[in-house]
Design a protein around this ligand. Structure first.
Ligand code: ADE
Ligand code: ZN
Length: 352
């Protein structure tokens, strides 16, 4: 176990180049920004103040979070809103030394309120392009279907997105998991793959290991989002290891949504030690108490991750990304170089 100076781990987490692969852009809506947008758009929130809204960030499960998350998203109305939302997140990520992000967005959350798909996409893309120009921060967009709505509606969303697929790297599946298995979206995902899109899916967050199997076998995903409930099926865990199927794990989210009782009970270290390709992500950081670096730091503390674990997790973020092989290799070399430099300036970790 490391016996580090108190600021050593935060300094290490900062020093390492990082990627984030599981981030819902609507989940970066901080209460301050929600109120500012509500004001400028003439939208009435049922909360009196920013602190009242923040006080409501106390969830029993995924559904109780989703109810508030969709309600608050009602303040997002204009291209400028989507731009400002993404720009604030991307500026933060640049400041945290994050070099690449793969961002989920939920068109149905907005189109069902009468907001045009192009309004959402234009706002997000403007911010992504600025972040790459200003900070060298690269990104991909992943269009998510809301799994608690019909497969027909998801197919219509995909068809509406076809004219501008150049800005979309893949499709995903999010929202209420229980009772909405991946099999419901088999035809939509087949169509997405036929259009050249990568597929990912939330599976095994609250749902059973069988949903992870369906995501693999029926949706042919390249990553599983969450996946932490795989341990209920040891053969599945072995398969995830053998196939090096990435799991985009979101530790603070899992605590706030009560998937685990506490970070000390989280299985990310066990899965890492078992040889699975796990990554650290923030999911909906405005709601769950921390952005990417905080997820790394708090997980390290709770589970006594050593520095090699942190370096592996940072590298896994790039390995599991949708970047081309040569870009991945460059990022992986940059992580190794950053850790060597860190050890030169901070010394080697002391061991107890
Ligand atoms: N949408 C936003 N965050 C989500 C999560 N953690 N699970 C499912 N759907 C989501
Ligand atoms: Zn998620």
């Amino acid at each position: 176990m490391t016996d580090a100076a108190p600021d050593r781990i935060p300094a290490l987490v900062h020093a390492l180049p990082k990627a984030e692969l599981h981030l819902h852009i609507e989940g970066t809506l901080e209460p301050e920004m929600a109120f500012a947008m509500a004001r400028r758009n003439g939208v009435k929130l049922r909360f009196e103040s920013i602190s009242d809204l923040r006080a409501a960030y106390n969830f029993d499960d995924l559904q109780s979070f989703l109810d508030l998350y969709y309600e608050t998203a009602s303040v997002l109305r204009t291209e400028r809103d989507f731009h400002d939302l993404a720009a604030a997140y991307l500026d933060r990520m640049a400041a945290e030394n994050v070099r690449h992000v793969e961002i989920f967005f939920d068109p149905q959350t907005h189109t069902s309120r009468g907001i045009a798909y192009d309004t959402v996409l234009d706002g997000l893309c403007a911010a992504l392009d600025e972040a790459e120009a200003d900070h060298g921060l690269t990104s991909r967009l992943i269009l998510c279907f809301l799994r608690d709505r019909s497969a027909e509606e998801a197919m219509a969303v995909l068809e509406a997105a076809l004219p501008r697929l150049d800005r979309i790297a893949g499709v995903g599946l999010d929202s209420a998991e229980s009772g909405n298995p991946p099999s419901k979206f088999e035809a939509v995902f087949a169509r997405a793959r036929a259009e050249g899109l990568t597929t990912v899916a939330h599976a095994g967050e609250e749902g059973p290991p069988a949903y992870i199997r369906e995501a693999l076998d029926l949706l042919h995903v390249t990553r599983i989002d969450h996946g932490v409930r795989c341990e209920g099926d040891p053969d599945l865990v072995a398969r995830l290891r053998i196939e090096q199927m990435p799991l985009t794990v979101c530790p603070l989210s899992n605590i706030r949504l009560r998937v685990f009782d506490s970070l000390a009970d989280h299985n990310i270290k066990r899965l890492l030690d078992a040889g699975l390709l796990v990554t650290v992500n923030s999911d909906d950081p405005a709601y769950f108490g921390g952005y990417l670096s905080t997820n790394f730091i708090e997980t390290q503390r709770a589970l006594a991750l050593d520095e090699a674990d942190i370096v592996t997790l940072a590298k896994n973020g790039f390995t599991a990304s949708l970047l081309p092989a040569e870009k991945k290799a460059a990022h992986l070399a940059a992580v190794d170089a950053a850790y060597r430099e860190f050890q030169e300036s901070h010394g080697r970790p002391s061991t107890a």
